[in-house]
Write a protein that binds this ligand. Structure first.
Ligand code: TA6
Length: 277
């Protein structure tokens, strides 16, 4: 069942089937809840998250596009691009299988996007709500010249206790440490989060597992070269009024950022796929 609802300033879809329930805001095509019966939530949402126009929701799966982080040239432009704060069109919603609902949302270039980024495009997000959660982000270049994008599905995962959490699948990968701007780092063993972490791992093609005391989350990606890991920890969280509870969250983001950005030729479509279970 798909119901259109409203929370504070935002419209959203509520999806219920025999496997899961989910909530997706039309602003940003932003999934902010996904739950399975009798299981801990997979996705984290800040208790102080704000549901406001032109503001990204703190938690869930923000879509960073067509640039990730600060704009490479003009830092006055919005952090993580504009897709996460614009209103998307709800194109389709149907139960495609027993316990599996497909939602399709779209965003096309318009007067506002063209002032921020001078290309014609069609962005489509397919979300499959079932016993696994799958997202497919398609970027179609509708202009007559090639463009480059950096992008990420900036997923906030729920963890029981960050201090008892291990991340597998990044061993041996080189990473950029955003905190001290160093590039010459290699992940020697499973990652333990004990402090503020903000890193981009390169050539991160292997599945990633977040392992906690009570269970594990498995992340599989396609069309994604970079994995971003972020936890703001105690100090930084104080700078973000809409963020509370860093001990129960961990962002592991699939995307293509920094030198792993993607060039899309005219009429071509690039796909970024993730599945979480
Ligand atoms: O993905 C990690 C990151 O780029 C961090 O540097 C951190 O600032 C975070 O995203 C959140 O960004 P936001 O614009 O949502 O506050």
């Amino acid at each position: 069942m798909i119901t259109q609802k409203r929370i504070d300033g935002l419209n959203y879809l509520e999806i219920k089937n025999s496997n899961a329930t989910a909530k997706i805001a039309l602003q940003g095509a932003h999934l902010f809840e996904y739950k399975r019966p009798h299981q801990a939530p997979l996705i984290w949402l800040s208790k102080t998250a704000q549901f406001q126009k032109n503001k990204a929701i703190r938690g869930g799966i923000p879509i960073c596009w067509p640039w990730f982080g600060a704009h490479p040239v003009d830092t006055s432009l919005p952090n993580h691009g504009f897709a996460r704060t614009m209103e998307w069109t709800y194109e389709k919603g149907e139960e495609v299988d027993d316990g599996k609902t497909k939602i399709v949302l779209g965003l096309k270039d318009n007067e506002e996007t063209l002032t921020l980024w001078p290309y014609a495009f069609e962005l489509t997000l397919e979300i499959y709500i079932a016993d696994t959660l799958e997202l497919i982000l398609q970027t179609k270049n509708c202009s007559d010249e090639a463009f480059e994008i950096s992008e990420a599905l900036h997923t906030y995962f729920h963890v029981d206790a960050i201090s008892d959490t291990l991340v597998h699948g990044l061993e041996g990968k080189q990473y950029f440490n955003k905190l001290d701007k160093s590039y010459d780092n290699v992940q020697s063993r499973a990652l333990v989060i004990e402090n503020e972490v903000d890193r981009v791992y390169f050539e991160a093609y292997d599945p990633i597992e977040i392992v906690g005391m009570k269970g594990k989350i498995s992340i599989k990606s396609e069309g994604s070269a970079s994995a971003i890991v972020w936890n703001p920890w105690a100090q930084r969280i104080n700078e973000m009024p809409d963020m509370s509870g860093y001990k129960q969250m961990l962002c592991i983001e699939s995307g293509n950022v920094l030198h792993e950005c993607v060039k899309v030729m005219p009429n071509e479509t690039h796909l970024l796929k993730v599945s979480y279970s």
